[in-house]
Design a protein around this ligand. Sequence first.
Ligand SMILES: O=P(O)(O)OC[C@@H](O)[C@@H](O)c1c[nH]c2ccccc12
Length: 260
Amino acid sequence: MTILDKIVANKKREVAAAKKRTSYIALEESEYFHRDTYSFKEFLLDPARTGIIAEFKRKSPSKGIINDKVRVSAVTTDYAAAGASALSVLTDRKFFMGRKADLVKARSVNNIPVLRKDFMIDEYQVIEAKSLGADIILLIAAILSPAEIDTLAKLAKSLGLNVLLEVHNLEELERSINPNLDAIGVNNRNLADFTVSVETSYQLAKHIPAEFMKISESAISDPETIRQLKLAGFNGFLIGETFMKQADPGQAMRDFVAQL
Ligand SMILES: O=P(O)(O)OC[C@@H](O)[C@@H](O)c1c[nH]c2ccccc12
């Protein structure tokens, strides 16, 4: 069983439990469920911002604890002030030490798009994402069939959410492409064995149709990489660990952005 299989198996149990605890009706009673969302594309293309999607991540299966000493409100507002185009907040508890409450907190103190970073496998999680205050959901091609991607993306669009599809290779990209997506993210990390290479982004860039925003995800640790990725056509850059591994992630992002 790969780590991804374990994460998905656990997620199925979590979603079943969440459905019992909180009904669809209760989710739709959240004030966030009835709000207008921010446009991911607009913030990515805003020349006053950096294109960076700055992630709040305490722990990961590949690195263990990255930083469990910082607060989501301080870090995410610092990220936004440093020029983030969007925020990414992990809500998986078991493998990433995230909490749904982290997303609610990030939403309540920021006015830029927020991505719910989790393993979406069920329509319930899409409704839940909106009710927690997310603007963007992530769909991971490695764990979803094309039919599932279609269903989840259509539901997300009907709620005004933006959809980011994550792929790691050409086969995933070609089978998963769907008109209901807003952005395609190339994950430079192989979720099956955790190896990383930014080359993955350069290789797949030319295969991503022009109508989708292009995002490069993971293992970005240097401003020069962002300059190169921009030349290759990328609009967004998802960065977690490079900032989170520092005692002050917001300061780490300011220092990074100063070198862009
Ligand atoms: O910490 P990094 O290497 O900068 O990576 C951030 C982000 O891309 C990574 O956390 C991620 C990409 N896809 C995911 C899917 C689930 C959980 C996490 C991820």
